[in-house]
Design a protein around this ligand. Structure first.
Ligand code: ADP
Ligand code: ZN
Length: 623
């Protein structure tokens, strides 16, 4: 058969058509070009190097920083009948020798290698003697010092340009603003390569931010209302908090485990494997967890603390919903987070440049949190992409925040900060405003100030919201020592003097007190119906028989997966099972028409799934 990119997509992967830039990138590489590919997580980057590697002579070499994931990536392509292997420190000497032999004999389509391994002279010599189809450099933003994931060994990958000049190279990343892109091109010697920027939008992810009040309870309510039985990630800033949160969720009936760099390697591996192999586990993690995790059915990513940058945040939330089905990105943040992060920035070891950069990144993140227009527009704008219309799938679109003229309440806060000497934190300022009798207020004589007791119109939560917004808008600054002390900035003057009007959002003042912020009300919680209903919006809700069949197909998949010790999704994605449950194909030919069913999988699993579907048919007749 004449192999073309499209025939491989159809027959090997079982997908009907290319998405976005895939076809252009593949053509470019097949004809020997270099490129930088920016596409969101789940956008389909891996096909962009896998298919050219299959079309060109020799083996495609994929450089990937995460050893723990290589096994799964290799299992996933092996399931498609593609010959793939990996070389990293988890292999024994004789296993590694075996893989090297396969490479020399030209028996591999794809070889995954960790960067440190690739850069060893021994490995480079091995490659010198092998036929190489292309190099793909995954997570290429790691080569940028401006970005948030810099890995020094990535810089040395520039050697590939000199040592293998005729071989096409593709750098891939899901996260890179303009500066990071320029650095990738420079540092990897890709200046003559083409840049493909896929849309950054992930329309199936719903972005939401709630004001922090009682974060754990807020999280619990969010999970109970919307994510019973779903797999998800809860990000926390501190290691200890990941453990406490996992324990808390477990107490309340959710399957949850912690993950952070302080856990021993075996525990980390076990928790990551459980996340990949079980349905519906929650991982409470620091940002040490997740890079390159390609579990497609993560239904939510929650942040219990403010992320340090929009780039990091977008990458973390991008781990949700890679299968294109509905998913939530939920962030809970408060003034205390800002105090913490300011302190981290100001006490960091880096040079002045680094501190200023971190501080700008934090400001951008705050701006995102306090935005009153469409959140997605703001996020995409950060990456240089214009979304012409509000998205309709973020909290500010779904439940537009009410804004109000906050000039007077802002003046009260600002003058209270001024009168108390610009060194106290929010709690003290609120105490003074509300006329409280705390020991410190009396001892310092702050009950004698003209701003004492002038703030009866808001409760403490309301005042905290105002102060937080004043910080986010840059009228108040936090002390660099990290005590949370507030001082005025030059922007405060015009508001204090009544020269400008200030509008703030109100919804957080009222609604968030008990409910944890707008959103979610009345939404369907069950995963199966959510997944089954999406993509079929013109059809009716799935009936009970469809839902039952879907669950049986999932159980069959889990059985097949554990027999082979591979994650369930490498057999079929939820989306493919949902299509089977909806359409109930009764022959192998009909099954092949389902997206995600290619030749190799049809041969391996077709009969087993048909048996399950047919059994269902019988069952329905009796009902
Ligand atoms: P990325 O590496 O960009 O995060 P992947 O390459 O893992 O994304 O692709 C995400 C998912 O989308 C995978 O399950 C993949 O099989 C699927 N996919 C990729 N391209 C297509 C396509 N053209 N049609 C249907 N599904 C696709
Ligand atoms: Zn929106």
């Amino acid at each position: 058969m004449n192999n073309t990119a499209l025939s491989i997509l159809n027959n090997t992967y079982g997908y009907p058509a290319f998405r976005g830039h895939q076809s252009a990138v593949i053509d470019h590489l097949v004809t020997g070009g270099d490129a930088l590919l920016l596409m969101p997580t789940g956008g389909g980057k891996s096909l962009c190097y896998q298919i050219p590697a299959l079309l060109r002579d020799g083996t495609g070499i994929i450089v990937s920083p995460l050893i723990a994931l290589m096994q799964d990536q290799v299992s996933a392509v092996n399931q498609l009948g593609v010959r793939a292997a990996f070389l990293n420190s988890s292999l024994s000497l004789s296993e590694a020798r075996g893989v090297e032999q396969q490479l020399r004999r030209g028996e591999l389509d794809l070889l995954y290698i960790a960067p440190e391994r690739l850069l060893q002279e021994r490995t480079l010599e091995l490659l010198d003697g092998a036929a190489i189809a292309l190099f793909a450099i995954d997570e290429a933003h790691c080569v940028s010092q401006w970005g948030h994931d810099f890995r020094p060994e990535y810089l040395q990958l520039a050697v590939l340009a000199e040592r293998y000049p005729g071989i096409p190279r593709l750098a891939c990343t899901a996260t890179a603003d303009g500066r990071t892109q320029a650095e990738i091109l420079d540092n990897l010697r890709l200046r003559t390569g083409r840049v493909f920027i896929g849309g950054f939008d992930r329309p199936n992810i719903q972005y939401r931010v709630v004001a922090k009040d009682e974060p754990r309870k807020q999280l619990l309510k969010f999970l109970r209302d919307e994510h019973q039985g779903d797999a998800g990630i809860v990000y926390c800033l501190a290691r200890k908090k990941t453990e406490e949160t996992a324990a808390f969720l477990s107490q309340h009936g959710f399957a949850a485990v912690p993950y952070h760099a302080g856990l021993d390697a075996a525990t980390r591996r076990r928790h990551q494997e459980r996340f990949l192999n079980e349905d519906g586990l929650i991982v409470c993690a620091t940002i040490a967890f997740g890079m390159g995790i390609d579990k497609p059915d993560v239904r939510f990513v929650a942040h219990l603390d403010l992320p340090k940058s929009v780039e990091g945040y977008y990458q973390e939330t991008g781990r949700a919903g890679r299968d294109g089905l509905p998913a939530n990105a939920w962030l809970c943040y408060g003034l205390q987070d800002v105090v913490m992060l300011r302190k981290l920035v100001d006490c960091s070891d880096g040079d002045e440049m680094h501190r200023r950069r971190s501080s700008q990144q934090l400001d951008a993140m705050l701006g995102y949190c306090e935005v009153t227009a469409c959140r997605r527009q703001r996020l995409l704008a950060h990456f240089g992409e214009i979304l012409p219309d509000p998205c309709g799938n973020c909290d500010t679109c779904l439940w537009p925040p009410e804004t109000y003229d906050a000039t007077v309440v802002a003046q009260k806060v600002l003058s209270c900060v001024a009168r108390t000497g610009q060194r106290f934190g929010a709690q003290h300022i609120i105490e003074v405003l509300r006329g409280g009798a705390a020991e410190r207020v009396l001892r310092l004589g702050h009950d004698k100030l003209s701003t004492y007791g002038i703030g009866g119109e808001l409760d403490p939560f309301g005042w905290r919201s105002v102060i937080r917004q004043l910080v986010a808008h840059g009228l108040l600054a936090l002390d660099p020592e990290g005590y949370g002390g507030l001082r005025l900035t030059s922007l405060a003057g015009p508001v204090l003097r009544g020269e400008t009007e200030l509008r703030l959002r109100r919804d957080l003042l009222v609604k968030a007190v008990s409910s944890g912020g707008g959103g979610g009300a009345g939404r369907k919680a069950r995963r199966a119906s959510l997944v089954l209903a999406s993509d079929f919006s013109d059809e009716v809700e799935p009936d009970a028989a469809t839902t039952a069949l879907f669950e049986r197909l999932r159980a069959l998949r889990l059985r097949l997966a554990s027999e082979q010790s591979v994650p369930p999704y490498v057999i079929f994605h939820d989306k493919t099972l949902a299509l089977m449950a909806r359409r109930r194909p009764l022959s192998l030919e009909a099954l092949l028409g389902i997206s995600g069913v290619g030749q190799a999988k049809l041969e391996k699993y077709g009969e087993a799934f048909l048996v399950e579907i047919r059994a269902g048919e019988g069952g329905y007749l009796e009902e």
